[in-house]
Design a protein around this ligand. Sequence first.
Ligand code: NDP
Length: 293
Amino acid sequence: MAARIIDGKAVAAALRADVAARVAGLGYRPGLAVVLVGDDAASAVYVRNKDRAASGVGIVTRTIRLPAVTAQAELLATVRTLNDDPAIDGILVQLPLPAHLDQRAVIDLIDPAKDVDGLHPINVGRLHGGLPGLAPCTPRGVVKLLDGVSLRGARAVVVGRSALVGRPVAAMLTALDATVTLAHSRTRELEGECRRADVLIAAVGRPEMIRGEWLAHGAVVIDVGINRLADGRLVGDVAYAECAAVAAAITPVPGGVGPMTIACLLENTLDAAIARRACDQKSVQRPFCSQSP
Ligand code: NDP
């Protein structure tokens, strides 16, 4: 039987519509600041897409473009200003930064309550501790695509252990009661590990590395990979046709995880706005905040 194709475009569109409806009911418009340093063409496209998607759901965006030669102190000062700006609910510094800048120091300075990328150590710690916080967007998207898949007690194999994708996905699946194996480039017998998976998440960055014969019949496959081949084609980390012949459900590339990332950024911004403003009114505890009790 052919695999069910998990339509990330449709799920992302539904999520954007939901965020738009919730924003419309707020009585104010959440603010998202995106900091773009340098003139990397791919980053500029991402930032434009984020801007358009945010405006589409009623989130006010402010894009701060800084030249590639920006000094570390100037970038840190920009982040501080955004931290202190009450109109800004979410701050996203587009990565990667030019090589002379200290990415870690910049991320560490972002107010955890506004860290819509979920990369600040406070949010990373909260996620891995099973506490509420802002979680990274792509992993959130991965988990949303698994909606309806029974995860309790399921064997999940995550291939790739990056801080951006693999590790947070593993933490989220653990919180959802899956039994998680986190595989990486040093994993022995990766193929055998994959074959045991009820749910396989590929986040490797190697075109079509996961083959159909690596899968158990009926596995659910989420392909995070985005790889541009020499002939211009875009493929995932999973050999799609082979795997679709074996899997119960699978995400395509493009049109799977990709569209979820920006939709989850919008949801994170909305969540951050609601949580921070509620905190500021002292009506609830500050679940996302580290700076005051
Ligand atoms: P990284 O390069 O940061 O991490 C790759 C991971 O894959 C590492 O943990 C690495 O292991 C592991 N790996 C590499 N080669 C092998 C191998 N032969 N066998 C097993 N594991 C291996 O990549 P990211 O996590 O940032 O991204 C992964 C993919 O997802 C990329 O294609 C990227 O473009 C895509 N992506 C897509 C997004 C989206 O919105 N859809 C967002 C972010 C990423 P080790 O740790 O041992 O080096």
